[in-house]
Design a protein around this ligand. Sequence first.
Ligand code: VGL
Ligand code: ZN
Length: 194
Amino acid sequence: MTVTLIPGDALIIVDVQNDFLPGGSLPVPGGNYIIPVLNQYIAGFYTRRLPIIATRDWHPDDHCSFRQYGGDWPPHCIANSEGADFAPGLALPVYSNIISKATTQDKEAYSAFSNTQLNALLQSFQVKRVFVGGLATEYCVLNTVKDAIQYQYAVFILKDAVCAINRQPEDGRLAIAEMKHLGATSIYCEDLVV
Ligand code: VGL
Ligand code: ZN
């Protein structure tokens, strides 16, 4: 199956930040291997001058998702810290749009649509189809994809450019199955026609 990029397409890169990569505070095992693949998708969208959105987890230092404050996770992606920076190898064009999420102490947000301007931004670009990759498959990618489907976007999940934490060994695989069940289509880099 091939997919040809057309006006109305947008690339959404979820949370490819240092803390989610090996060496970070909440590493996704193997998360670094998706970076060169994401760069290939970026190159395709850039060639067509299609919108590219990079989301980032952007927490205050006392965020409710941190264990010390009753949450599930070690501290990660604290706003303006090095851990919250995008991976240095991620080749984001200067025209990329950045969406920060889960920015207030009392609200967790796995979806990049949650309390952000993402939907308004996509609407302003007249986006109809979103191509979603990044980290982590079963948390922020899954919840962003679910909301995108709710908002009536056609969703392509970049199967070779997502990576799971897999606290339970099947979590990533189950998340992909759920997204497909909800109507997302999974594609690989070589399926993309620019
Ligand atoms: C994420 C756990 C905690 C994610 C964010 O980006 O998938 N996971 N915060
Ligand atoms: Zn987080």
